[in-house]
Every structure is written in structure tokens, then in C-alpha cells.
Design a protein around this ligand. Sequence first.
Ligand code: A2P
Length: 271
Amino acid sequence: MTDALAAPPPPRPAAHHELSVLWVRHWTDQLFSFAVERPEDFRFRSGEFVMIGLPGEDGGKPILRAYSVASPGWAEELEFFSIKVPDGPLTSRLQKIQPGDRVLMGKKPTGTLVLDALTGGERLHLIGTGTGLAPWLSVARDPETYARFGRVIVSHTVRQVADLAYREFFAGGIHEDPLIGDEARAQLTYYPTVTREAFPTPGRITDRIRSGDYFRDLGLPEGFDPAQDRVMLCGSMAMIKDTAALLDGFGLKEGSNAEPADYVLERAFVG
Ligand code: A2P
């Protein structure tokens, strides 16, 4: 009898937000960006990532992948920068989204590419390859970044010139930002490098660091100084490994949210 009278279990809260797509921009046949509406209760720190996905086909399980939020913590919309993997379970479908479509977003942002995980310094180097640029779009639009660091360098290494998504934005558009435009103009340097096509600053960022070109181009003393330089790394695993080894060689220590230090890293997520 008691069974029959027992109250039904309360409905489980939805695991994901279901959000409307606001815009989509295709950079190349391999790269695109999109933005979704921001739920009122969604808070995140600039540089964090969140799960993004689509409902499963034919009522199957939803497919989600981690994406860095490319918007700063104060933004009203949430922007993401993605590759298109032709056979990727998520991005083969996600690349077809249109404004008004719905995507799923996890409720818990997290990550180590945050100012909180770094100790104080004079210069902040944001080093990314491919879609590993995404968190820098967030961190470089956060006023706290310019309050904490006198100089901010966004470096982006890609194979081809066309892969330099957001080039115009970092080269000039960001200077018009009403919130951080003046700071960006005075403190931010964009440093693109291209590995498989002619370009004024050619080659891998690791090679340019090793040769000293990186520091000469930026008018900085050669080498990373543990007293002044702080670094965030995002992109291919190989780039992160090689750059982290270089930083270790200069005496920089890897940090985390629990133990802030000189540099932090996160793999760029692949859909
Ligand atoms: P490269 O063309 O010499 O491989 P991907 O498109 O494979 O994700 O790579 C994005 C960029 O990262 C490419 O320009 C690639 O250069 C560069 N890259 C790959 N591995 C490394 C590494 N170990 N160190 C530095 N850059 C790297």
C-alpha cells in the first residue's frame, strides 16, 4: 500500500542548458565560430571551458565536447571557436547549425587558463595553435588582464594564412572595444605565425622562441624571466609539450587553480 501512495521522485534538473544560436561565422572549410545566448545563471571566469553539444540523433545520448568560451566573463553572449572534423561525431553536425537552432551547454565551466592560476608578473604571453586561440579571445577581452599585466602578447600559430581566424580583430577590431579598447591599444600585441606558407613571421612559435626571434620582434629581453613573464598555453598536445619544456628550461613553474605559478596549459579540444 505504501508503495502506491509514495510520491513520485522529483524531476531531475536538466543536465544541460538548451540555448539558441545567435550567429555563425565560417572562416574556412575547417574552422567556424558561433555564439549562443547566455543563460542568466551562467557564471564563468575568462579562459574557462564548458561542454557544448547536440542532442543525440534518433533519441540517442547527447554528444558533447569541451570548448573554451571565447567570450570574456562579462559578455552577454557566449562565443565558441571550433574546427570541423568531417567524420567527427559532434562537429560534422555542429558545423551546420544556423541562427535559431538549439545547442546544449553544460552547466559547470572549469579550467586552468585563468588569471587566478598565475602569480603576479609584468608580461602575459598567451600562446596558442589552431583553435587554441579561443581562450585568448576571452582573456584578452577581460579588463582584469590589463590591470594585472603591463604587456599582453597573443600569439597564434597556424598552418596557412587563411587559418588566422580573428586576425583582423586582434590586429585592430579589439582597439574599438568599448570596455578594453584603450588598454588593448596600449598593452596588447598580436603575434601570428604561419608554418606552411610564406608569412612575415614564419614558422612554429617554439622555433621562434628558441631562435630569439620572438623576443626581438616584440622588443623584449631575450628569454622568459620567472620574475616577469607569465604564460598560458593552448593548442596541439605536441606544441604544449614542447613549449612547456622550453619554459621549464627558463625556470618557469607550472601552476594550477590550487597552486598558482608561472605558466598554465590546456589542450585545445577537438570535436
Ligand atoms: P606545423 O605545420 O609545423 O606542424 P595543427 O593544424 O596540426 O593543429 O597545427 C596547428 C599549428 O601548430 C601548425 O602551424 C603546426 O605547425 C603547429 N605545431 C604542431 N606541432 C607543434 C609543436 N610541437 N610545436 C610548435 N608548433 C607546433
